[in-house]
Structure formats: structure tokens, C-alpha cells
Write a protein that binds this ligand. Sequence first.
Ligand SMILES: O=P(O)(O)OC[C@@]1(O)O[C@H](CO)[C@@H](O)[C@@H]1O
Length: 393
Amino acid sequence: MTETPPEDVAPVVGCDEPGSFARDVLVTRHPALIRQVRDAHPYTPAQLLALDALLGEITEGVLRPLPPEAHDHAAWRHWRMGEHVGRSWFDASFLWAESYFYRRLLQAVDYFGPGPWQGIDPFAPAKRAELHSAAVDEELHALDTLPGLSRADEAAALIQAALWGNRADLGFLTTAAESARSTTGLVADDTDRLWALLGAEPPGTVAVIADNAGRELIPDLVLIDHLLRHGHAHTVVLHLKPQPYYVSDATPADLVDALRRLARAPGHAGQVGDRLWQAMATGRLRPSAHPFFCAPLPYAAMPDDLRRDLAGCTLTILKGDLNYRRLVGDRLWPPTTPFDRLTAYFPTPVAALRTLKSDVITGLTADRVAELDATGDGWRVSGSHALVQVRGA
Ligand SMILES: O=P(O)(O)OC[C@@]1(O)O[C@H](CO)[C@@H](O)[C@@H]1O
């Protein structure tokens, strides 16, 4: 594994800097999410008490451990939960604090059981509303234009749809200003290099590390259908989250719902859904849900079994902001730090498709950074900008 030289290692993104994006997420977004979840389900007195206790803890208290009977207690001990217990949440790194927050939220609503609430996704109402929204109806109807496009134009349209589908992030939209939801443009665009990697003969296995369900997962699935249909991949492994995470991150249940939504749609969307349903049956589309995808660690720390699984792929496509942060290590790198150097450890060529929703950014030219900073529109966190960055073989 290629390590970044220590003298070049930038500070890990923390939560303790007043006015920082990360601190605002803990101060504003997480309490808002607890209130949303609390109102979205007919929880029992014990669950309501647990949610209220978590709200108090994250805002004014000190970090408490998972109960010893938690199924993943050993994993979180390995992920250094003990060092954080008894300290302020704001002392933890941003990635660690957020990951642990979502794990504790699941604990408060008995997601892992045993009992009647086992497996009930606290974010399901929001995910369901989005998946069955008029906006998705329109997006599915718009797929009827694809057969009229050239293969190259279809490919370009599908990359853009998958890229900007990342804005459909229910956690981000909790606090994003309406004005920030307009899209401005790309800060980096390696789309041509992405398609060059997808032109490998014979087509191999492409890994897609998914991000959000619903309005992001559907364009991701339409892109996957294109890759399978036009010889860019013999097989696609779709890496999902094994449990609800970051509000709208896609779980296997969300994949089933999205495939059903597609297959039941009229027109071209329904044909895509039927092909993907068949791809699941033949194994050409293979879902996976490794526990590490909910770990509070950068991808450089991935376990050997996941590394081996990915190493067999010709390319890994990583969707979204959190995956980008974990890919490059969630550090405040100088924006001109080469993306290739920070991703050299990854076991395959990588392509990051991400709308910018947090401070971490790499691989830009100094001129581009100066140009973006001059706009003053919070380009790093507003979701108005996006990137396609590729590190080749
Ligand atoms: O990975 P995604 O869904 O594109 O974005 C995840 C996100 O909403 O959560 C974190 C802040 O809560 C940031 O990484 C980002 O804003």
C-alpha cells in the first residue's frame, strides 16, 4: 500500500473549529435529524427517551459508549470508541463523529433488535417519499429520450445524471440554502479518462461504491444498465451500506425499492428496470454490503477481504461526497495536492463522481482554486459544484 509521506500529511478534518462546516453539521444538522426521525415514527416511550438523551449528549454532554451487548461492540472498540468515551463529541474527527452519530441513532431506535423494531430504517419515510415523488416520475419519463441519442451522447448524459444525482442527499438538503441548490459547474472533469478506462477489452468487473438511495441510486442504476448493455462491464458489483447511514445512503432494501420502481415504470425506464432485474438474476449485477462501508475510517484502512474483492475489478466508481472524503483521507489537503498521489493506495483505478458538499478538495490547479474562491459562493460545501476525477491504472 502506498502511504502518503508523513511530512505531507495535512490535518484531519475536525469538528471543533467555530464556524466550520463540520462543526455546524454537529451543531445544526444532527439535532435536526434526531427531531425529524422522532417525528417520523410512532416510537415507544423508551425510544423517545433514548432519542432525547442522544440529542442532549451530542449538544451538551460527553460521548457515551455503545451498550456492551451491541453486536458490533468489538468493531467499535477496534475503531477506538474507548478513546472517545467521556470526551466531547467535538473532540473527535468529523468522519468519526458522524459515523458514530448514525450508529448511536440506530441504537436509540432499536434498529438491530431484538424486538419489533429490528430492521425498521429510521430514514425510510423520507426515502420512500423521495422515491415515489413527482420529481422521480419526471426523471423516469425523461429516460424516454435516451433511445433517440447517439451512444456517445447517451453515455455523456448518464454520467451527468449520475453526477448531479448526488445532490439528492437528504442529509445535505436538511440544511442547504435554497439558493445553494442551483448547479454551477464542474471544478474538475476527467470524464474522457473515465470512458477510456471503461473501454477495456474484454470487459471486466466494475465496482460501484454507491452513495444515496432514491434520486441518486436510480441514475446510478441507469448508468450501470448502460455499462452492462454496451460492453463496458461484464459484471457490476454495487457496494451498498449494510445499515442505514448518513440519512439517505443506500442499503440493499433501497436497491430493491429502486429496482422495483424502475421495473414498474412505463416506457424506457421500465425496460431498464427489466434488464437490471434480469442482471440481478444472472449475477451480472451483484449487490454487496461490507461492514467497512459504515466504518469511521478512510478507505486507506480498508480490511484485506474488501481490498481483495475490489482488486479483482477493472475500475471502481465512487459516488458522492462522503466516499470522496474517505477516498482521499478526509484531510484539509492543499487543493492542488495531486488526486493520483492520494489515491495510489486504492487497489484499482478509481473514478470519483461527487457534488462538493464538504471542505475536502484535491487535484485542482492553483488558478482554478483562485477562480472559485473569487466567486465567494461557498463552492466547497454548497453543492453547486461537482467533479469527475479519475486515477488511471
Ligand atoms: O456522501 P454524500 O451523500 O454525497 O454527502 C454526505 C454529506 O451530506 O454528509 C456529510 C456532512 O453531513 C458530508 O460529507 C456531506 O455533506
